[in-house]
Design a protein around this ligand. Structure first.
Ligand SMILES: [Fe+2]
Ligand SMILES: [Fe+2]
Length: 141
């Protein structure tokens, strides 16, 4: 079965804890991809909530690591995380409203999945990779 977002070596940042969290985010996105159209509104809603909750956990961990190590672009990075969470929450509100219309629900989730995939992959490759060298220099594994 082909995955919607597939983990590749290029996404690895070289810090095990961060890689693990990114992989788990990929996993939740893939689950949402395969659930749309064949799971109930409630189950899909739970997956979306799980995505929001786990993303928050991951962002908090990343922000703590950046802050503790005196990363100079900490504030800008944190703002990017915050606007992402805002977007996903907005989507979640929209999703709650289209409950009875399966087709609308399906196309809304599909649109959001593309956003999630693009945002997360770009964020890891560009934005996250910027703070990693500092952490590696500080001995974070
Ligand atoms: Fe990240
Ligand atoms: Fe990040």
């Amino acid at each position: 079965m082909e995955l919607f977002v597939e983990w590749e070596d290029k996404y690895s940042v070289g810090i095990e804890k961060i890689d693990k969290q990114h992989k788990r985010l990929f996993e939740v996105i893939n689950r949402l991809y395969y659930s749309r159209g064949n799971k109930t509104h409630a189950v899909l809603g739970e997956t979306i909530q799980e995505l929001i909750d786990y993303t928050k956990t991951h962002f908090t961990d990343e922000e703590q690591l950046m802050h503790k190590n005196g990363y100079r672009d900490y504030e800008a990075h944190k703002k990017k995380h915050e606007s992402f969470i805002e977007k996903v929450k907005k989507f979640n509100n929209e999703y709650q409203k289209v409950g009875d219309d399966l087709l609308e629900e399906y196309s809304l989730i599909t649109e959001v999945l593309l956003f999630l995939k693009t945002w997360l992959c770009d964020h890891i490759l560009v934005v996250d990779k910027e703070y990693i060298p500092l952490l590696i220099k500080r001995g974070v594994k």
